[in-house]
Ligand binder design. Structure first.
Ligand SMILES: Nc1ncnc2c1ncn2[C@@H]1O[C@H](COP(=O)(O)OP(=O)(O)OP(=O)(O)O)[C@@H](O)[C@H]1O
Ligand SMILES: [Mg+2]
Length: 266
């Protein structure tokens, strides 16, 4: 593969939520710091929205990494396409790592006990639900709302973070009782040109590259064709590097980027 061609330690543009590659663009920093505030202040709920590929999952993963280091307890739900009992079981399973009871009342008692025990230990619980636009059932939001009722006199026993594509907003708007619990929401938008350049530069540096390989016009083309959406940037940059490698080229021109995009359509 092209790793040896440029003497890289890692592949620079993999589409995985690898927090080592997390680039704090102004928008991602803003999303990260707003959600951090909600977690640190032990508030009830925050929502992060954004089009597909803008970086929501990576922001949640970066938060999880950061706050786990500080002793916070996370339950990360990747796929909330479940009914209300299914989601409660998933949350409890993530907490305890073991089997969960079958009956709803036992699951709820298990969650409450875990929240209270963790509070006694001086720690705070965060439940992060990714792909929350997939929650179809109003009863799921209702159960989540009820979980937020576990509180002491001064604070919530858990913070709920929801991340999802923009349809999530409509679902939340339709559910006033739940959306009243949302302390803060943030919408991630694509990167602008300057940020796209810095984003690519950062990922290439983390991968171990020392010199610039994309020339100015190539960067411009990556930006225009990706719309500044990180997942598209990764795809196009990766294909461009592959194309340059197959030609034995070390630097990447606009023509290479265009050829890479065209060939990926075939
Ligand atoms: N700030 C960033 N720094 C580094 N890489 C990023 C950043 N934002 C996004 N990416 C990368 O872009 C890709 C898409 O990001 P991610 O999966 O987080 O998007 P998403 O908003 O969750 O998309 P979807 O709605 O499809 O789930 C991933 O490979 C991720 O690593
Ligand atoms: Mg995602």
């Amino acid at each position: 593969m092209y790793k040896e061609h440029w003497d890289l330690k890692k592949m620079p543009f993999e589409n995985t939520p690898d927090t080592e590659f997390f680039f704090g663009s102004e928008k991602h920093e803003e999303a990260f710091s707003r959600l951090s505030y909600v977690v640190e202040e032990k508030k009830s709920c925050a929502a992060l929205t954004g089009a597909y590929g803008t970086g929501k999952t990576l922001v949640l993963k970066a938060l999880e990494r950061e706050f786990k280091k500080k002793g916070y307890v996370f339950s990360f739900v990747n796929n909330p396409r479940l009914d209300d009992l299914g989601l409660l079981k998933m949350i409890l399973h993530n907490f305890t790592g073991s089997g969960v009871p079958a009956r709803k009342e036992d699951v709820l008692m298990g969650i409450e006990k875990f929240l209270r025990d963790t509070f006694q230990d001086g720690k705070h619980v965060v439940v992060a639900i990714d792909e929350a636009q997939l929650i179809d059932d109003a009863s799921v939001f209702e159960e989540l709302r009820l979980l937020l009722n576990y509180q002491t006199e001064t604070r919530c026993l858990m913070t709920l973070l929801l991340a999802g594509q923009p349809e999530l907003n409509a679902k939340l708007d339709a559910n006033k009782q739940f959306s009243q619990r949302i302390v803060l929401s943030y919408n991630l938008v694509p990167l602008d040109f300057e940020e796209t350049k810095k984003y690519m530069d950062y990922r290439l540096k983390v991968a171990g590259l020392k010199e610039d390989i994309f020339d100015a016009k190539a960067l411009d083309t990556v930006f225009k064709r990706s719309g500044g959406i990180p997942r598209w940037i990764n795809n196009i940059a990766n294909m461009s590097m592959l194309t340059a490698f197959s030609k034995g080229e070390k630097s990447i021109s606009e023509a290479i980027v265009t050829e890479a995009i065209e060939s990926s359509k075939q």
